[in-house]
Write a protein that binds this ligand. Structure first.
Ligand code: FES
Ligand SMILES: [Fe+2]
Length: 400
């Protein structure tokens, strides 16, 4: 079957089973993940200041849906399905733009930034057409950490989304001890220093699992383990003796940079236990947050298929640092280079793992060592969200 870790093949062993290979290769499993996870939960899609003035919009993909996220005149942010209510053409083409109104290029139905239908050829001759009802279909929008988060639950924003406090902030509370700890970093006021997009030939779950453990750190992350020596022991940063734990910089390390040299101006409000420490949080289903004293790194994942995932990584710094970079007073390149290398190392490992997921040798899955056992929580959550064991059709893709 797809996952059989409830049926422990190694009772009493240090090793715990993973889902079987098919969980990472089966198209139907992926379609259910899109429908039941990504199209139901809150997704972090965009830095809010990426659309800073009214009319600026960007296209994003969540699950199987294409959305447009737009800043409206009232300085709010809205998100809509990029689907014309007339006969369905994509309203916005290209990846981004700026417009006073959003006009479909087929028959010129025209929508206000706030979504309602405001013009169409011969619209006045159709007085019965309700302009709100035939406006662009909205999705739920929240802003947190300076990012736009959207939720497609319910198909449009008239249905209640899952509670943001429980679903998103709850994850941070669990991993970080208390949600206030993240406030110290003032992430919503930081500025983008660098962004990189990685097109990874691996299933999104392999990327999450990789992010959740540090058993691989000594093998593939020489620069990271130099900066944070305790990673060589294989413990993930948030887990040490079961407690929330920031991972300490090495004694001779000055900053979270590729060669351990000094970083840039520290974030002013961090607590003493956040100085010279690295924290990592996974916010299911598609966000990874890393905090260090002078910057914050945020990854957003966008699964494309069962074996392809786009990962966008942002490096965020104080506004004065970003200004200083332009004036030559600050250099963030060594800070960015450290996690860029970590990303390349991680994604290469994931890409070299993905092909084995369809191998007979992995038909019954792999194993988690004790420092990876916490990944079982992710697997249990995934399994219960999809209710795979209940599904008759899933049995048809059983392996082994
Ligand atoms: S499909 Fe958009 S105006 Fe006709
Ligand atoms: Fe890693």
């Amino acid at each position: 079957m797809i996952i059989d870790h409830l049926d422990d093949p190694l009772p009493g062993s240090s090793l715990r089973p993973t889902p079987t290979g098919a969980a990472y290769t089966d198209r139907e499993v992926f379609a259910r993940e899109q429908a039941d996870i990504f199209e139901k939960m809150w997704n972090c899609v965009l830095r809010a200041d990426a659309i800073s003035s009214p009319g600026e919009w960007k296209k994003v993909t969540v699950g199987r849906e294409e959305l447009i996220v737009v800043r409206t005149r009232k300085a709010g942010v809205k998100a809509y399905y990029n689907v014309c209510r007339h006969r369905g053409m994509r309203v916005c083409t290209g990846d981004e733009g700026k417009a006073k109104k959003l006009q479909c290029g087929y028959h010129a139905w025209t929508y206000a930034l706030e979504g309602e239908l405001v013009a169409a050829p011969n619209l006045t001759a159709m007085p019965d057409v309700d302009r709100e009802e035939y406006g662009l279909k909205p999705v739920h929008v929240r802003q947190w950490l300076g990012y736009v988060w959207v939720c497609l639950a319910g198909g449009d924003s008239t249905a209640e989304p899952p509670d943001f406090d429980t679903e998103v902030l709850g994850e941070v509370r669990t991993r970080f001890g208390q949600v206030e700890s993240i406030d110290n970093y003032g992430i919503e006021n930081l500025k983008l220093g660098q962004t990189k997009t990685y097109d990874v030939a691996a299933n999104w779950k392999l990327i999450i699992e990789n992010f959740m453990e540090c058993y691989h750190c000594a093998t593939i992350h020489p620069e990271l383990t130099e900066v944070i020596p305790e990673f060589a022991d294989g413990l993930a940063s948030q887990r040490k003796n079961g407690e929330v734990h920031g991972s300490s910089f090495g004694e001779d390390i000055q900053g979270f940079t590729v060669d351990g040299s000094a970083g840039v101006a520290a974030l002013p409000a961090i607590a003493p236990n956040q100085d010279r420490k690295y924290y990592a949080i996974t916010v299911k289903p598609q966000v990874f947050i890393n905090t260090v004293p002078d910057h914050v790194i945020i990854h957003r994942m966008f699964p494309v298929s069962e074996q392809r995932t786009i990962v966008v990584c942002d490096w965020l710094f104080l506004p004065e640092v970003i200004e200083g970079v332009a004036e030559g007073r600050y250099d963030i390149s060594k800070s960015v280079e450290l996690f860029h290398r970590v990303n390349l190392q991680d994604f290469e490992a994931c890409e070299l793992t993905q092909p084995s997921m369809s191998s007979t040798a992995y038909a019954r899955g792999g194993a988690l060592v004790p420092s990876e056992h916490h990944i079982e929580e992710f697997h249990t959550w995934w399994q219960s969200t999809l209710a795979l064991l209940e599904s008759a059709e899933m049995h048809q893709v059983r392996v082994g």
